[in-house]
Design a protein around this ligand. Structure first.
Ligand SMILES: Cc1cc2nc3c(=O)[nH]c(=O)nc-3n(C[C@H](O)[C@H](O)[C@H](O)COP(=O)(O)OP(=O)(O)OC[C@H]3O[C@@H](n4cnc5c(N)ncnc54)[C@H](O)[C@@H]3O)c2cc1C
Length: 481
């Protein structure tokens, strides 16, 4: 019977971000006994997640193979968490001053379109990004000038309708042509957290320990892990058969506790929450390409409900920070972030910092969308530090790594990699006799998929309020059709 190997086995997962929570969800839904330790007050409360990256088209600098991986993983993640996705497309524009050419994006878009077709051929349920023929569309200046004369549509349905606000309000003279519209959707971190938490709370195979920090881990001669954790200054130790380190940008701290050395980077970044008077219809996401780390760095306009807009600007004065990227040292697997970043994470931002960077973000975007000048900064940014395994700061598709000691770490760069990590973990657990072989890669999510949109919305509203963000960030503009 399915539980024969697994009955008395226990898995500890350190870190209740999207990686730890999704792995807990996956393993407990197939019947493994899991305990999830999270030092914060709720799950998936780390750095933001706002784009699904179904094709990685925001990153010109990464190799095609990573884009193909991101496409596949995004489709899988969307199928796991369908109610957390905002089903609106992304427009990609190349500004005149940029050295890149829009047509240079075409080979990759064609490759991704062909890969999308292959994924659908393997499993028809992978058709979650719309028709293959609609994966991307190109718009020349003349067509945009024609669209600019039309009225905006409250809830756009066709690619042309989505382009109307762009055509009407973007300064078209600043761009190279064609402009691309691609089916890269939005992803809502509050709804993701709500889905994972609600599912795990209903699952008797999973025990969630919130406000609980893991402070010590030791392995005994039988390869079992003794995990010591503290909650309200009370310490306790429990023995586990397997340990999964999903501690996000603190993965190195757990590696240090376990005595394993591993190279990684940690990067601190922020995106800004603004409110705009809006126009007469819903907007797509809009990306203006630019060289990262220069004053012309990519500008990203991410629409939420009720005219809230999240902004990234890939310059050192907006999303990126001087000394915001740090690496491991010889003595420790934990890269050390400067105290100014830890202060932001642990106690919050100074009001002036929020205003200065937020206003720069508005100025960066309103170069292209002139009426966006009137937007205002609305409270604290979406921000945080994230881990990047290895030494390549451009790595986007990453996952799980193992030690020969019943120890794995799950270091994702993009949230969509969680299922790849979880699949690999099931293989490893079966190999060492902790999981029945027929459950390897067994993506069964009956509890998660029984959740209603209403209960996810209700919990997301609560999270926005608890975390000090506008309640509108709990909603999405477009639900699955
Ligand atoms: C500005 C910004 C924008 C981003 N946008 C996107 C995006 O659009 N799409 C996307 O896919 N990704 C995006 N990312 C990356 C994404 O946020 C991360 O990849 C993802 O959140 C990592 O998840 P995680 O679970 O590995 O880590 P985390 O979310 O950091 O979770 C780790 C958890 O471990 C807990 N923890 C640590 N140590 C201990 C301990 N000792 N005991 C108990 N608990 C512990 C922490 O409290 C934390 O909750 C963005 C990142 C940033 C900074």
């Amino acid at each position: 019977m399915a539980k024969s190997l697994m009955k008395d086995k226990k898995i500890a997962i350190i870190g209740g971000g999207i990686a730890g929570a999704s792995i807990a969800l996956y393993l407990s839904e197939i019947g493994l006994q899991v305990e999830l330790f999270e030092k914060g007050t709720s799950l998936v409360n780390g750095p933001p997640i706002c784009h699904l990256h179904a094709g990685g088209n925001l990153y010109r600098e990464i190799p095609d193979q990573q884009c193909v991986t991101l496409l596949k993983e995004s489709i899988e993640a969307l199928r796991l968490y369908p109610d957390s996705v905002d089903y609106r497309p992304t427009v990609i524009a190349v500004p005149q001053q940029d050295t890149g050419e829009p047509l240079a994006l075409l080979p990759r878009l064609n490759l991704l379109q062909a890969e999308y077709q292959k994924l659908i051929d393997q499993d028809n349920q992978n058709q979650v990004l719309g028709k293959v023929s609609d994966y991307y569309q190109l718009f020349e200046l003349e067509e945009l000038q024609r669209l600019a004369l039309l009225d905006e549509v409250k809830v756009p349905k066709t690619a042309q309708e989505w382009m109307i606000p762009f055509a009407k309000h973007v300064d078209l003279s600043l761009l190279k042509y064609p402009v691309v519209l691609v089916q890269e959707f939005g992803w809502n971190v509050f709804r993701l957290g709500a889905t994972a938490a609600l599912s795990l709370e209903k699952n008797t195979s999973c025990q969630i320990h919130l406000n609980t920090k893991v402070i010590k881990i030791d392995q005994n001669k039988q390869q079992k892990w003794q995990v010591t954790f503290a909650k309200d200054s009370i310490q306790e130790s429990v023995e586990f058969d397997y340990l999964i380190n999903a501690a996000g940008f603190k993965t190195g701290e757990i590696d240090d506790l376990a005595g394993f050395h591993r190279q990684r980077l940690v990067e601190f970044k922020a995106a800004y929450v603004t409110k705009w008077q809006g126009t007469n219809g819903l907007w797509p996401e809009v990306i203006f390409h630019g060289e990262r780390g220069t004053p012309e760095g990519m500008a990203q306009f991410t629409p939420y409900a009720n005219n809230f807009v999240q902004l990234h600007g890939m310059t050192d004065q907006i999303t990126l920070f001087d000394n915001g990227l740090v690496a491991t040292s010889e003595n420790s697997s934990q890269p050390q972030l400067d105290s100014q970043f830890l202060r932001k994470i642990d106690t919050g931002w100074l009001e002036q910092e929020v205003i200065d960077r937020g206003e720069r973000a508005i100025a960066h975007l309103s170069r292209y969308i002139p009426t966006f000048k009137q937007a205002t900064v609305e409270g604290k940014p979406l921000f945080g530090a994230q881990q990047i395994p290895g030494e390549d700061a451009n790595l986007r598709a990453a996952g799980v790594s193992f030690e020969n000691n019943n120890y794995a770490r799950c270091e994702i760069v993009k949230a969509s990699s969680v299922l790849t990590c979880a699949d690999a973990l099931t293989e490893k657990l079966a190999e060492i006799g902790l999981l029945d072989k027929h459950l390897v890669g067994g993506r069964l999510f009956p509890i998660t998929h029984s959740l209603s949109d209403e209960e996810i919305t209700e919990r997301s509203e609560l999270y926005t309020q608890q975390r000090g963000y506008p309640i509108a960030l709990a909603y999405r503009n477009i639900k699955q059709s």
